[in-house]
Design a protein around this ligand. Structure first.
Ligand code: FPP
Ligand code: MG
Length: 506
C-alpha cells in the first residue's frame, strides 16, 4: 500500500469508515451542491483548525454573493508574496556570476506579481476540495514523499561548478582533467519507513494552507514570465522595463536572450520537482503558447505586406486558417462586421490568450491540480475559466493603457504598440467609426505622422471605452465562475481582483 494510502487507512480506522469522506467525495456531489444553492451560512464556513472530523463533510459551495467586505488580494497575501520574491533569487544562482546578475535583474524591480498572486489565491480558494487533498497534504509533511519544502529546495544546480555536474556522480563529474569514468554502483538508500506515529501526526489541516509545491509553482510561473520579458524586450527593442533601463539596454541582446533561456532551464528543473506530469505538461504548453502568441502577433503586424519575414509562412500553417496578409489594399475595404474585420478581432483575441491569458489560466489550473484535484472534478475547470477570462481582460486593459497612461505610470513608454505596428482593441474599435484607420492599419503605422494620426482617431472615437467594456465583460465572467467555489477570504480576494484588473491605471 502506498504510504499516503496507509495514512488514510489509519485515519479511517480511527473515524470508523473505510476512507475519510473527503477522499471519497466526487465532482458530481460537489457540483450538485453548487447548483442546488441550498448551503447554509454555517456549512459555508470552512474550519480553519486541525480537526479532520469537523471537515469531513463536503464544503459548501454556496452561490450567495459575499456579504463581507471585499478582501484586498495584495494585502491578503503580502507576506507570502514578499517571501516568494526573496526566496526566488536563490533559485537563480548560476556558477557564472554575470548570468546570475542578468537573470535576477528584472526580479529586483517592483512588479505586480499578478501571476504568483493568482496561483496562491486559487490554491487557498480550493485546497481541501479535491479528492486527493489528503494525499497532497500528507506528502507536504512527510520526508521522502517529494512534496516538502526541503525537497523542493535542494539546489537546482551546484553554484560552485561552472560546467555540468551530475548529482549522482559528484566526484567523477566535478573535474575535466581526465576522461570521465562511470562510478561503481552505489547502494540505493531504502525509502523512509513510515511509522504509525508519523502517519497519524496531526496535519496542517487548515484548508487555507498553501502547499510547498504551490508556493514553488508561483515562483516558476514568475520565472517563465520574466524569461518571456527578457526575450520580448530584445524583439521589441525596448529601452525601459519596470521603470528602469531594460535588460537589453544594460546587458545587450545576446546576454538577455541567454538569461531568458537560463531562467527557462531553472524553471523546468523546479517544475519537474513538483511531482505532477499533468502540471509539467500544462506549464510546458504555456511556454509553447507564449512563442505562438508572439509569432501570431508578428504575423498580424505584417497584414497586407508581401515581404515580411513571415509573409511566406501563412497563418494557416499555424493551424489558424486565417487569410490575413494576402494582398495590399484589403484592409481599406473592411470593417468589423466583414469577414476580414472579424478575422482581425479573432487574431487579436487569440494572440491575447496565447501571450497573456494562457500563462495565467494554466498556472491557476496547475495550482489546483497540485492541491489534489482529480480528473473530472470541477475545481480546476473553475481555475482555468477564471484565469482565461481575467487574463484576456488584463491584456485588453494593457492595450488601453498603451493609449492612455503616461510613461511614468507604465514604467515604459506609452504608444509602443503603434510604433511596433500593432493594432490592438482601441484602434480596431476606432476603425469602425473612422474609415481612415484602415490604411494606417494596413501600412502598420509606418509613415511619418501615422502614429499620431492613429492616436488622434482613437481619441476621437469610443475605442478606449469599448475596449475597457470588453475587458469588463471578461472580468465579470471570471467573477461569475468563482461562484462555483465555496465562500472564503481567498474567493473574495479573487473577486476583488477582477475589479482591480479592469480599473488599473498602471
Ligand atoms: C510582453 O508583450 C511579452 C509577452 C507577454 C510574451 C512574449 C513572448 C515571447 C517573446 C516568446 C518567448 C517566450 C519565452 C518563454 C522565452 P508586450 O510587448 O505586448 O508588452 P510590453 O509592453 O510589456 O513589452
Ligand atoms: Mg514588449
Amino acid at each position: 500500500m502506498r504510504p499516503w494510502a496507509a495514512n488514510l487507512a489509519v485515519r479511517a480506522q480511527l473515524s470508523g469508515s473505510k476512507y475519510p469522506a473527503r477522499v471519497t467525495r466526487r465532482y458530481s456531489s460537489a457540483l450538485a451542491q453548487t447548483t442546488s444553492k441550498k448551503s447554509t451560512a454555517s456549512e459555508s464556513t470552512i474550519s480553519n483548525d486541525n480537526d479532520n472530523a469537523s471537515r469531513s463533510a463536503a464544503p459548501s459551495t454556496s452561490t450567495r454573493p459575499s456579504t463581507s467586505a471585499p478582501v484586498d488580494p495584495y494585502k491578503y497575501l503580502a507576506p507570502e508574496l514578499a517571501r516568494l520574491r526573496k526566496t526566488l533569487l536563490h533559485l537563480l544562482g548560476s556558477s557564472h556570476p554575470s548570468l546570475t546578475t542578468i537573470a535576477e535583474y528584472y526580479f529586483l524591480q517592483p512588479s505586480k506579481q499578478i501571476r504568483p498572486l493568482l496561483v496562491l489565491l486559487f490554491s487557498r480558494a480550493t485546497n481541501g476540495l479535491g479528492a486527493d487533498w489528503d494525499e497532497k497534504r500528507w506528502a507536504a509533511e512527510q520526508e521522502g514523499a517529494r512534496g516538502r519544502t526541503e525537497e523542493l529546495d535542494s539546489p537546482l544546480s551546484r553554484p560552485d561548478v561552472l560546467n555540468d555536474w551530475n548529482p549522482n556522480m559528484p566526484d567523477q563529474s566535478r573535474s575535466f582533467e581526465s576522461t570521465f569514468e562511470l562510478p561503481p554502483r552505489r547502494i540505493v538508500t531504502a525509502p523512509p519507513v513510515y511509522t504509525r506515529a508519523s502517519i497519524t501526526s496531526p496535519a496542517l489541516a487548515s484548508p487555507q494552507l498553501l502547499l510547498p509545491t504551490q508556493l514553488r509553482l508561483a515562483q516558476i510561473v514568475e520565472m517563465i514570465h520574466v524569461a518571456s520579458l527578457l526575450h520580448d524586450d530584445v524583439l521589441d527593442d525596448a529601452a525601459l522595463r519596470r521603470g528602469a533601463p531594460s535588460a537589453p539596454a544594460v546587458f545587450g541582446n545576446k546576454l538577455s536572450v541567454l538569461a531568458g533561456d537560463f531562467l527557462l532551464g531553472r524553471a523546468s528543473t523546479a517544475l519537474s520537482r513538483l511531482g505532477s506530469a499533468e502540471v509539467v505538461e500544462l506549464i510546458a504548453g504555456v511556454i509553447a503558447n507564449l512563442v505562438e502568441g508572439e509569432i501570431l502577433q508578428m504575423q498580424s503586424a505584417v497584414t497586407g505586406g508581401e515581404t515580411g519575414p513571415l509573409s511566406d509562412l501563412g497563418l494557416s500553417e499555424l493551424g489558424l486558417g486565417l487569410e490575413l496578409g494576402k494582398g495590399k489594399g484589403r484592409v481599406r475595404e473592411v470593417g468589423r462586421e466583414t469577414p476580414m474585420g472579424r478575422e482581425m478581432w479573432n487574431v487579436y483575441l487569440k494572440k491575447s490568450y496565447l501571450k497573456t491569458a494562457s500563462l495565467i489560466a494554466k498556472s491557476a489550473r496547475a495550482a489546483v491540480i497540485l492541491g489534489g484535484t482529480r480528473e473530472g472534478e470541477i475545481w480546476k475547470e473553475v481555475a482555468y475559466a477564471y484565469g482565461r477570462n481575467i487574463g484576456i481582460a488584463f491584456q485588453l486593459v494593457d492595450d488601453v493603457l498603451d493609449y492612455e497612461a503616461v510613461d511614468s505610470q507604465l514604467g515604459k513608454p506609452g504608444g509602443a504598440d503603434l510604433r511596433l505596428g500593432l493594432t490592438t482593441g482601441p484602434a480596431l474599435f476606432a476603425w469602425e467609426e473612422h474609415a481612415a484607420m484602415g490604411p494606417l492599419i494596413e501600412r502598420k503605422f509606418e509613415q511619418e505622422g501615422d502614429v499620431e494620426l492613429a492616436r488622434d482617431l482613437v481619441r476621437r472615437s469610443s475605442g478606449v471605452d469599448r475596449t475597457r467594456a470588453l475587458a469588463r465583460a471578461h472580468a465579470d465572467k471570471a467573477r461569475d465562475v468563482l461562484q462555483l467555489l465555496p465562500e472564503s477570504d481567498a474567493r473574495r480576494a479573487l473577486e476583488a481582483l477582477t475589479e482591480r484588473v479592469v480599473k488599473r491605471t498602471s
